[in-house]
Design a protein around this ligand. Structure first.
Ligand code: MN
Length: 256
């Protein structure tokens, strides 16, 4: 079944993540989302609805609006559709850390046969999210790039923006760092969710998981501090010029 690997990695008595079912949403626009995930490493989980699940890639540096910047995207296990709305704190186990719903919207394949495109390793599509829009491609790289980074060649892809009116040189991850669901940053999500986590899934004090979550809480605080400084510097350095940047700016402002 499509969600076996997803379920095998998790203990749903200890994680607030949904176990999920393979569901269809026939006749509706296809969902996509990007979840910013502060775990042992910060990364962005890029997910496209297809055949009742969310196809998923972990993008360490997050999407770039600059067509010259190719972002490494590791293909990971399918996730349930319900996961696409998930935002919260995973107190322990696989993916322990904080998940933020960073962007969401719909996607449209630019090919007739998505399965064939995936098999070929070249999937072109259009995004209509709050932050990400326009034409993109996910392309599987050959073994050399993957091997150089110690990765599995079959799982190594690149996420690349196509040149269009939504492309630009603004760093979208810096420009619009917060949640599209709550408007908050990692610290806000922690503040909102942690009391529940502590009540129901209290990590063992002094244990590895407790330590790890403590580290992540520290990093979330440090990121908020950096972000406040970085934004000031960025807005002084240059005004946004592309439509995408203006859009990103309006998203950021609206959610504040
Ligand atoms: Mn992740």
């Amino acid at each position: 079944m499509a969600l076996e690997e997803y379920r095998r990695k998790r203990d749903f008595t200890k994680s607030p993540e949904p176990p999920g079912t393979v569901g269809g949403r026939k006749g509706r626009a296809r969902f996509f989302c990007v979840q910013k995930h502060l775990a042992s490493h910060l990364h962005y989980d890029f997910r496209l609805e297809h055949d009742g699940v969310l196809l998923s890639w972990a993008v360490p540096k997050g999407p770039s609006l600059d067509p010259k910047t190719r972002r490494l995207a590791m293909h990971v296990e399918d996730h349930p559709i319900e996961y696409g709305e998930f935002e919260g704190v995973i107190p322990e186990g696989y993916g322990a850390g904080i998940v933020m719903l960073w962007d969401r919207g719909t996607w449209t394949p630019e090919v007739d046969d998505v399965d064939a495109a995936l098999k070929k390793g070249d999937l072109k599509f259009t995004l209509d999210g709050y932050k990400l829009k326009g034409s993109w491609v996910l392309v599987r790289t050959g073994g050399r790039y993957a091997a150089a980074r110690g990765g599995n060649p079959d799982r190594t892809w690149l996420l690349i923006k196509h040149r269009d009116e939504w492309a630009g040189d603004v760093d979208i991850t810096e420009f619009a760092p917060n949640s599209v669901r709550s408007g908050g940053d990692f610290e806000d999500i922690l503040a909102a969710k942690t009391p529940d986590v502590w009540r129901s899934n209290r990590p063992a004090k002094g244990g590895g998981t407790g330590e790890m979550l403590a580290k992540i809480i520290e990093r979330a605080a440090a990121m908020r501090h950096d972000d406040a400084g970085g934004r000031k510097a960025a807005s002084k350095a240059r005004a946004p010029k592309t439509r995408a940047a203006k859009k990103a700016k309006s998203v950021r402002t609206r959610k504040k």
